[in-house]
Each structure stands twice: as C-alpha cells, then as structure tokens.
Ligand binder design. Structure first.
Ligand code: AMP
Ligand code: MG
Length: 305
C-alpha cells in the first residue's frame, strides 16, 4: 500500500494505492498527484491572497486579468453548470459567503438588508471570459467568485488521471469527502448528518467511479437553535432550505458531480432529479426527516447501515 495525506483546498486529502503495474512508477505518480493538488490550491483558493482567483476578485468591475488553464476551464464549466441549474449553482455567491463568514465568526446572523445588498452581486453571467486572450473579468464592482463547490471534484479527476497514467490499477482518492475509486469495488460511506465524522448511515459499493456529497453538516454554525450552513441559495441569499440534509451523487466525473451535488442540494430532491437524470448519474438523498432514498441504478449497490 502506498499512501499520502495532506492539507489543501480547505480540507484533508487522503490518497491510497493498493494495486499497480510498477511500484516505483506508482510512487512517483502519487507524488505528482499530490503536487498537482497543491498547485491547484495555490492558483484557485480565494483564501490565498496571491491566487489567480483572488486577483480576479480584487479587479472586479475595473479590469480583466489573465488566468491559467485550470482557472479558465473551471470558470467556464462553472458558468455552464450555473446556466444548467437555473442559477442554483453560482460561483458569484462569494460576496454572500464572505458576509456569512464574518457573522459566523461573531455568532450573529446578517440583517436582511446586508443579505439583500450582497445578493445584488450574485449572477454568474457577470463572469466574462475571453477565449482568445484567456482572460476573465467580473463585470461589477464588489463582485467575487469562489470555486469551492467545484474545485475538489476537478482535483479528484486530476489525481485519478495522473495515477492511471502512472500504471495504478487500484486506488482510493478522498479529497475531504470527494471520493474517486480506481479499480475494484470499495465501500464509500454516506455520512450520518448528526453523528461524528466517519459514522455512516449507509454505504455504496463503488468500482471505477466517483462519489461526491453536499450536506448541511459539513460547515455550519448555530444561533438560537437555527443551523446556518455553508451552501447558499442564490435566490434568497440564505443557507438553502430544501428538503435535504445531504445528497451524494455517483458517476464518472467528479467535477460534474461536485457542481451538480451543490446545485441539487439547493434545489431539493424533486427539482434536482431532472438534473441528475440528464447527467446520467445516480444519487442517494438524506432528507430532513433522516429518510434515505436512492435512484434506481443504485439498488443492489446501496446498503443502509
Ligand atoms: P460543496 O460542498 O461542493 O457543495 O460547496 C460548498 C462551497 O461552495 C461553499 O463553502 C462556498 O464556498 C461555495 N458555495 C456556496 N453556495 C454555493 C452555490 N449555491 N453555488 C456555488 N458555490 C456555492
Ligand atoms: Mg460541490
């Protein structure tokens, strides 16, 4: 077994390899994969003051900035998923997230006026991309974006690609709950929303595929018994209040699943289902009442614990 654990993209990342054609090549691929994730963190994190995304945000409303291949690709994909989800997925929620983060630190709730003000800045159509120059611009002063809802999925796909190129035939990639499996079946837990991290309420047997979850228990704070979590509804400016505690999507592209799981979590099971069907992936829903249900294609692979 070859493995590595490291911090990046705001989470702890674990990659373990249990089957390969050549041990040395697999070890080198593992190091390359880790470097790749750290590189993406440096370029894409809005918490890194010098990252491409931070420079884009700092230039909002006044200038376009050159961005690298990864950021450009992810900005374009984000706009696509935003349009596809009718705006439920919107990277321009950053202005709102920043507001909620300040209040989370103080243990307070923003006023409706503060929320309304930040909400005016949410519209992914204002992310202007120039293909020829490979530059990006946020059209309005004060706007900002973050790729927190899609970057881990992309990073997981990149780790997978690098490991496979290095002759790896069996691996478990887990970037803070964004999971990708190479090779034979491995069990992936569906986290219980009210129990300690690592305590599952069900599990899925995953072979050569990915599983990505969005849930209200991943990051939140409470004021007077109300939970304020980190996934914002771009229609209201408040943490989303659908019928879901979590949704886990299973399919081939972690990037697609990451974007869609965030969108479906915002939209709720009923409105989210067409997106899931259109993308050809499967889903496990955990509802507010802690009922668990899954799509047809998972029957036989999903087990309630
Ligand atoms: P995820 O855990 O993949 O659902 O992504 C949640 C993260 O994405 C949050 O921590 C925010 O940084 C950002 N975010 C919050 N709400 C949205 C939204 N509606 N669309 C896109 N990104 C969001
Ligand atoms: Mg996501």
């Amino acid at each position: 077994m070859l493995e590595t654990a490291f911090a990046a993209l705001g989470t702890t990342n674990h990659v373990s390899i249990d089957a390969f054609t050549d041990r040395i090549a697999a070890g080198e691929a593992l190091m390359r994969a880790r470097e790749r994730v750290l590189f993406l963190h440096d370029r894409l994190s809005v918490f890194q003051p010098e990252s491409e995304l931070s420079l884009l945000n700092a230039s909002a409303g006044c200038a376009s900035v050159p961005v690298g291949n990864d950021a450009f690709f992810l900005l374009r994909e984000s706009k696509r998923y935003s349009a596809l989800s009718g705006g439920a997925f919107s990277i321009t929620t950053r202005a709102l997230s920043a507001l909620w983060e300040i209040h989370a630190r103080c243990g307070t709730v923003p006023s409706r006026a503060e929320v309304e003000h930040a909400l005016l800045l949410v519209n992914d159509e204002d992310v202007a991309l120039d293909d020829d120059a490979q530059t990006a611009e946020l059209r309005r002063f004060g706007q900002s974006v973050d790729l927190g809802a899609i970057a881990k999925g992309y990073a997981a796909d990149e780790v997978r690609r690098i490991l496979i190129e290095g002759g790896v035939t069996g691996a478990l990639i887990n970037l803070g709950g964004t999971v990708s499996v190479i090779g034979e079946g491995k069990h992936v837990g569906i986290q219980h929303p009210d129990r300690m991290t690592g305590i599952p309420m069900g599990r899925v047997l995953l072979s050569d595929g990915c599983a990505v979850t969005s849930g209200d228990y991943e990051r939140y704070y409470e004021v007077d018994g109300t939970r304020y979590h980190h996934i914002l509804d771009p229609r209201t400016g408040y943490p989303s209040r659908s019928d879901l505690r979590s949704v886990t999507l299973i399919g081939e592209s972690a990037l697609a699943l990451d974007a869609l799981s965030t969108a479906v979590f915002v939209l709720g099971a009923e409105q989210g289902l067409p997106l899931i069907q259109q993308a050809g992936c499967e889903a496990v829903f955990v509802t507010k009442n802690l009922d668990v249900f899954c799509t047809e294609g998972l029957r036989g692979n999903f087990e309630l614990l």
